[in-house]
Design a protein around this ligand. Structure first.
Ligand SMILES: Cc1cc2nc3c(=O)[nH]c(=O)nc-3n(C[C@H](O)[C@H](O)[C@H](O)COP(=O)(O)OP(=O)(O)OC[C@H]3O[C@@H](n4cnc5c(N)ncnc54)[C@H](O)[C@@H]3O)c2cc1C
Ligand code: FES
Length: 274
């Protein structure tokens, strides 16, 4: 079932808290007035400093958590100027925030097995998703493999460990959990019969993980959905800066490109060329 999405609002949010969750990652907590009570897991916001920044375009970030009705958190990896300007803001600073944007994940039925694959900050769209599954009584058939280069880049893993579901971790250097990539961990778990190949598979993370998973899913005929982290200009459908090629015979129809910001960021694998 797809959750009906509310119209996006452009607001001034206030930075009320910042937590360091890794060598290059932070959880920013914003106070955002006037948001509807429920947002679909996997929707995103465009964020930029309201003042003092370099006037560059806003950047997209998944909504990570909602500790109270008016407070939202974002799990942000510092990469370049846009993310640096956000994570370096002083507490109390104003942030321009347009949200909710995008489609988010369809909610699976409680009896359906769900397998989540996430790398690094690719875990961000899934915290609320997992919470909703648990609230629906589906914690036991919700599985997640969270991967990172090394244990210190399993950003804010404690927030997932506190939830009652099947969490597995994988690190490229073997410093924690499965020694190897998320896709290798997935292959091993499927081979061992620990995960159900008929499950709904959801993935988000760096493009290497998404491309690797897309090939694996096609080869093994998995039902798969990807949340893409495409570059974005506007975030709401006007700049054409976020195209993804569609499958000619797929569910998005004959138009050769979709816009990740409004048709996605979540796409079923059979809808896109990826
Ligand atoms: C729908 C959506 C949700 C997202 N959610 C999150 C999130 O929850 N947390 C988070 O940390 N990031 C998230 N991202 C990615 C985030 O928007 C980018 O990392 C950010 O825009 C980088 O901005 P910057 O100015 O710091 O980097 P830039 O100066 O633009 O780039 C710095 C370096 O990072 C690379 N880079 C920039 N953007 C991306 C990207 N999207 N994919 C791969 N490489 C990139 C550039 O090639 C360059 O090498 C999301 C992206 C999308 C589209
Ligand atoms: S980011 Fe502008 S159309 Fe998608």
């Amino acid at each position: 079932m797809q959750v009906a999405q509310s119209a996006a609002l452009s607001l001034r949010a206030t930075l009320v808290n910042r937590r360091v969750v890794g060598p290059d990652a932070f959880v920013l907590e914003l106070e955002v007035p006037d948001m509807p009570p429920r947002l679909a897991p996997g929707v995103f916001a465009m964020l930029s400093p309201a003042a003092g920044g370099s006037q560059q375009i806003a950047r997209p970030f998944s909504i990570y958590d909602r500790p109270t009705a008016q407070r939202f958190t974002f799990l942000i990896q510092q990469l370049g100027l846009g993310t640096r300007e956000l994570v370096e803001l002083a507490l109390g600073a104003e942030i321009l925030c347009t949200m909710p944007l995008g489609n988010g994940f369809e909610v699976a039925t409680a009896s359906e097995d769900v397998v989540i694959l996430a790398g690094g900050v690719g875990s961000a769209p899934f915290l609320q998703y997992v919470r909703e599954r648990i609230a629906a009584g589906a914690g036991a058939n919700t599985h997640m493999i969270l991967g990172a280069r090394s244990r210190e880049r399993l950003y804010d893993v404690a927030s997932f460990e506190n939830l009652s579901f099947d969490l597995r971790v994988a690190t490229d250097d073997g410093s924690r959990g499965f020694h190897g990539h998320v896709i290798a961990a997935l292959a091993a778990a499927l081979d061992a019969g620990e995960l159900n190949s008929a499950a709904r598979f959801l993935a988000c993370g760096p493009s290497g993980l998404l491309h690797g998973f897309a090939s694996f899913a096609r080869e093994h005929k998995l039902r798969a959905w990807l949340s893409l982290e495409t570059y974005m200009g506007c975030g709401f459908g006007v700049c054409n800066g976020c195209p993804v090629a569609t499958q000619a015979d797929g569910p998005l129809g004959a138009w050769p490109y979709a816009r990740t910001c409004i048709d996605g960021p979540v796409f079923s694998l059979d809808a896109i060329q990826f």
